[in-house]
Design a protein around this ligand. Structure first.
Ligand code: ATP
Ligand code: MG
Length: 376
C-alpha cells in the first residue's frame, strides 16, 4: 500500500540500523494508528524479526533497558527517549485471563500483528514497504470502528483488559465499537475481575480524559459499572482542556482506582469544593482553603456543574490573588517567633490572625498584628 507517514528521525534511524543488518523492522501499533489519524503519538514502538540478543548487539553503543527482555523487548534509549524494540512474537495460551503463559518469537510480521488487540492497533509501517495491514485496520480507522483482531469472544477471554481498552479507544479515538466486539465485551465483562487494579486504573484514566468519554460511558455503561461501580459522569464532559483530576471528579471520584495520594487528594477536594459568595472576603476565605494552584481545576468543575456566574467568581478570585491579598499563614506580616507565645499557642494565634486579616478585621501589618492581633 503506498501510504507514507512521517516518523521521527530517531525511529527512522533505529529501523534503518535493523534493516541494514538484514532484519525486518517496522513502527507498529498505536504510533502508526495515531499518525494515520493525524494525531501525535504518545510513544513509538518498533517490531522486528531480530531476536532480542541481536537487537542488544546491534545497539550496544546505546543505553538499553532490559526489563522487558523475557517478552522480547529491548528498550533503546536515543536522544533521551526510550524506544521499545520487540521481536515479532506470537502469544501462547492464556491460562490466567490476562497474560500469555508463554511467548514465542516468529519471523513473520503477520503473526505478530495477529496477537494485537484491535485492527486499528494491528498495523505496521516501514518507510520502504509502507503499511502492513492484514486486518484492514486502516479501513477501520477511516470508518471510525473499533473491532478485535479475530473472534472477539476468544480475544476478550484471553485477556480481560482488552474489554476496558475497547471502551478506552471509543473515548480517545471517537470510534464506535463494532457490534460483535461490543456485545462480546459486555458478555465477558466479568473477565475484568482478573485484571490488576493498576492496569484498570491506567485504562480508565485514559478513558475519562478522552474527547468522547461521554459516548464511551454510555455505550459501555454495564462494563464500567461492573468493574468500577459508582463511577459515572454526573455532567456532560465537554471541555477538552479539562485536567485528569477534573475529569475524574466529574465522573464521581477515584473509588476503586489505584492512583497516587496526591491525585486522590486533589480529586476529593474538587468533589467537596463549593463556590464562594461574590465578595472579596468570601473569595479570600475560599482561596485560603483551596490554594491558588487548585483554582483552574475547581472552576472547570464549577463550570461543568453549571454553577451560576462561575466566570465572574473566577475573575474575582484571580483579582484577589493578583492584588496580593493575604490568604495564607506564610503571607502574614508576622512570623511565629515574633509573637510572645510558645508551642501550640503560637499556631493557634497565627491562625486567628489570618482569619481576622481575611475577614478584614485587622490590617496585615506588623504594627496591627502585634497590637490588636495579640488580643484576638
Ligand atoms: P496509547 O496511545 O495509549 O499508547 P497504544 O495503542 O499504543 O495506545 P499501548 O498500551 O501503548 O497502546 O500498546 C501498544 C500496542 O500493543 C497496541 O497498539 C497494541 O497493538 C498492542 N497491545 C497493547 N495492549 C494489548 C493487549 N492487552 N492485547 C493485545 N495487544 C495489545
Ligand atoms: Mg502506545
Amino acid at each position: 500500500m503506498s501510504v507514507h507517514i512521517g516518523l521521527p528521525s530517531e525511529v527512522s534511524s533505529i529501523l534503518r540500523r535493523l534493516t541494514l543488518a538484514g532484519h525486518s523492522a517496522y513502527a507498529v501499533g498505536g504510533c502508526v494508528r495515531d499518525r494515520l489519524m493525524g494525531r501525535v503519538p504518545s510513544d513509538y514502538d518498533i517490531t522486528t524479526s531480530a531476536l532480542p540478543e541481536q537487537t542488544q548487539e546491534l545497539f550496544s553503543d546505546c543505553r538499553l533497558v532490559l526489563s522487558g527482555l523475557k517478552h522480547g523487548t529491548v528498550g533503546v534509549i536515543v536522544g533521551g527517549s526510550v524506544y521499545e524494540v520487540t521481536t515479532f512474537r506470537t502469544d501462547g495460551s492464556y491460562g490466567d485471563g490476562r497474560r500469555p503463559d508463554s511467548v514465542s518469537f516468529t519471523s513473520d510480521i503477520s503473526d505478530d500483528l495477529a496477537r494485537r488487540d484491535f485492527t486499528v492497533n494491528a498495523i505496521a509501517y516501514s518507510p520502504e514497504l509502507g503499511l502492513v495491514d492484514p486486518f484492514d485496520g486502516y479501513g477501520d480507522i477511516k470508518r471510525g470502528i473499533i473491532r478485535t483482531v479475530g473472534d472477539p469472544l476468544r480475544r476478550f477471554s484471553e485477556d480481560g483488559l482488552r474489554i476496558l481498552r475497547l471502551a478506552r479507544f471509543c473515548s480517545t479515538l471517537g470510534f464506535e465499537p463494532e457490534e460483535a466486539s461490543l456485545s462480546a465485551a459486555k458478555e465477558l465483562k466479568h473477565m475484568l475481575k482478573k485484571v490488576a487494579a493498576e492496569r484498570i486504573s491506567e485504562e480508565y484514566i485514559k478513558l475519562v480524559c478522552g474527547e468522547n468519554a461521554d459516548r464511551a460511558f454510555l455505550l459501555c455503561r454495564d462494563i464500567l459499572s461492573s468493574v468500577l461501580p459508582g463511577l459515572y459522569p454526573t455532567v456532560p464532559l465537554k471541555d477538552r482542556s479539562d485536567s485528569k483530576a477534573v475529569r475524574l471528579a466529574l465522573c464521581g471520584g477515584t473509588k476503586g482506582l489505584k492512583v497516587s495520594n496526591d491525585l486522590k487528594k486533589r480529586v476529593d477536594l474538587l468533589l467537596s469544593a463549593e463556590p464562594p459568595q461574590n465578595d472579596r472576603i468570601s473569595a479570600r476565605r475560599f482561596l485560603s482553603v483551596y490554594g491558588a494552584d487548585m483554582l483552574e481545576d475547581i472552576f472547570a468543575c464549577f463550570r461543568a456543574r453549571g454553577v451560576s456566574d462561575a466566570d465572574g467568581l473566577e475573575k474575582l478570585c484571580n483579582r484577589v490573588l493578583a492584588e496580593g491579598d493575604c490568604i495564607s499563614l506564610s503571607e502574614l506580616a508576622v512570623k511565629g517567633d515574633e509573637l510572645p507565645t510558645s508551642g501550640a499557642e503560637t499556631g493557634i494565634l497565627l491562625k486567628k490572625m489570618l482569619d481576622a486579616v481575611i475577614d478584614g478585621r485587622i490590617e496585615n501589618t506588623k504594627e496591627e498584628l502585634l497590637t490588636k492581633g495579640l488580643n484576638l
